[in-house]
Design a protein around this ligand. Structure first.
Ligand SMILES: [Zn+2]
Length: 67
């Protein structure tokens, strides 16, 4: 691998092309961690996200930030 930096291991966002998609983890009902359940773009102007629920993938639902 050449020309890598800290973010290069994550896939580029296909929507904005500027951010990268970073994995987010969640916790299941029994407290077990669920790694990589959701991915979100690092570009705040983009807000693209992708989440996986029981094998179903949902795209583009903007993750709300608590104000
Ligand atoms: Zn993006």
């Amino acid at each position: 691998m050449d020309g890598t930096n800290g973010e290069a291991r994550f896939p580029n966002c296909k929507k904005c092309g500027a951010g990268v998609l970073v994995p987010l983890s969640d916790y299941g009902q029994e407290g077990a961690s669920v790694p990589y359940k959701a991915w979100a773009c690092t570009n705040p102007d983009c807000g693209f996200s992708l989440r996986i629920d029981k094998g179903d993938v949902t795209y583009g639902r903007k993750i709300q930030q608590k104000q």
